[in-house]
Design a protein around this ligand. Structure first.
Ligand code: FES
Length: 151
């Protein structure tokens, strides 16, 4: 008499409900991931023009004197410390790998939203202010009639 009651009890039913809830939970997480991927796709397409610019050669006029330009897709930063003098460095900070965020007044800064305030000399890549432990690696710059190429 007690056997049918045990089989028809709520134990297995509760487990089934929890299992379904668990699967639903995973589904929700996966949904968030997809939304994030879509957002990343938007970011990628926004930087594709920068990628194209680097492939084709960078217009010298697009690099301000005393400043620079960050190409996030290629993870490089191109600077013009003095008129007509162009330099390029990796844009990946040596502290924790964030991309540097701005270049002005001869300084490359790794700041918000990812970095922690490290500053590098825009002419040499050397650390001016930590916590970065090492300089930005310099890239080869070639200036042709069509603009600047970085390799
Ligand atoms: Fe650049 Fe921390 S990652 S300062």
């Amino acid at each position: 008499m007690t056997h049918p009651e045990e089989h028809s009890g709520t134990g297995p039913t509760r487990r089934t409900v929890l299992a379904i809830a668990g699967i639903a939970g995973v589904g929700v997480v996966a949904g968030c991931s997809s939304a994030q991927d879509a957002a990343n796709g938007v970011v990628d397409s926004a930087t594709s023009s920068a990628k194209e610019a680097v492939k084709q050669a960078i217009d010298k006029a697009s690099i301000p004197v005393g400043g620079g330009k960050i190409f996030t897709d290629q993870q490089i930063v191109v600077t013009q410390p003095k008129a007509g003098e162009f330099k390029a460095f990796t844009a990946v900070c040596t502290h924790q790998g964030c991309l540097v965020s701005k270049v002005e007044n001869g300084v490359i800064t790794c700041g918000s939203p990812c970095g922690h305030g490290s500053e590098y000399d825009a002419a040499t890549g050397q650390v001016k202010v930590g916590p970065a432990p090492a300089p930005l690696a310099e890239k080869k710059v070639t200036i042709g009639t069509d603009g600047i190429r970085v390799s």
